[in-house]
Write a protein that binds this ligand. Structure first.
Ligand SMILES: Cc1cc2nc3c(=O)[nH]c(=O)nc-3n(C[C@H](O)[C@H](O)[C@H](O)COP(=O)(O)OP(=O)(O)OC[C@H]3O[C@@H](n4cnc5c(N)ncnc54)[C@H](O)[C@@H]3O)c2cc1C
Length: 247
């Protein structure tokens, strides 16, 4: 992360990472078990809540493998995500089992926090659509990207501030801001909708059906997956064992 003054003295921040915080949750492996066992045990399946889910690991694996998906929906996780607007554009395509609330460029003055790729971000795209590979940029390319992005961000933000100071409405002035600007949102999902998201927005050698997501949304997905794996370790392990295919 680096800071710099914008033209009007506002402190700009140039960030090379996203942030994901699990702010609220009700999610455990036993939630899968009692939901599944209602099939055979009716209301007695609630007794599963107090049991050690590790003893029923086989049931979770069976549900995952045979794609009995609905028992994975009886749980909830809310994440606070801070990421560039271009990541949110991709994220909000995930409609099923997700709820979103995002900060407003109409109701608040947007802060000068901007994304600049870090040194490990592969910068050069090769190949054809659907078969792209990304390779390292050289030092000159990294320097160019950093300088051009920071200069462009500063100019855009100065234009935004100039209009605000002239009395222009925030909803009008924001038109000059770039998609590299950071936004923040709450995103709430359940394990099933999260697994579908992870199957599409992570690249992983264990994936039975590979996907090729943009690196920055993958950074968000990786942080979500790590938080979820702690809450529901057996479900997460079953997802991985099933080739990272959502049930
Ligand atoms: C690598 C990658 C590249 C992409 N490139 C592009 C692109 O170039 N342009 C672009 O526009 N988008 C692109 N997308 C977005 C993509 O098309 C999907 O919109 C996004 O991945 C969300 O997937 P989804 O619809 O399965 O998820 P969700 O909206 O969460 O839906 C989950 C599932 O619910 C079912 N479902 C939901 N809504 C409907 C419906 N209306 N009818 C029937 N079934 C439904 C489907 O089974 C669906 O898989 C890309 C996505 C990825 C991962």
């Amino acid at each position: 992360m680096a800071g710099d003054e914008t033209g009007d003295g506002t402190q700009a921040r140039f960030l090379d990472d996203v942030s994901v915080e699990l702010v609220k949750h009700s999610a455990s492996d036993s939630d899968v078990l009692w939901a599944a066992r209602v099939s055979t045990a009716g209301e007695q399946s609630l007794e599963e809540i107090g049991k050690d889910p590790a003893r029923s690991k086989g049931l979770i694996n069976f549900l995952m493998r045979d794609r009995h998906g609905s028992p994975f929906e009886h749980n909830s996780m809310t994440f606070l995500v801070s990421a560039p607007i271009f990541v949110f554009r991709e994220f909000h395509r995930h409609r099923a089992g997700w709820s979103y609330n995002e900060e407003s460029g109409r109701y608040r003055e947007l802060r000068p926090f901007f994304y600049v790729p870090g040194p490990e971000r592969r910068l050069v795209q090769e190949g054809k659509p659907g078969q792209y590979v990304f390779v390292e940029g050289d030092a000159g390319q990294h320097k160019l990207v950093t300088e051009v992005m920071e200069g462009s961000y500063r100019a855009s933000y100065a234009a935004y501030r100039e209009m605000l100071e002239a009395g222009i409405a925030r909803e009008v002035a924001r038109a000059v801001l770039p998609v590299g600007l950071f936004s923040s949102m709450y995103a709430t999902c359940n394990a099933r909708s999260l697994m579908h998201f992870l199957s599409l927005r992570t690249r992983n050698e264990q994936s039975a059906v590979p996907s090729f997501p943009q690196r920055e949304i993958e950074m968000v997905a990786e942080k979500m997956e790590a938080a979820w794996a702690e809450l529901m370790p057996l479900t997460h392990a079953a997802f991985v064992a099933a080739g990272r295919v959502a049930p």
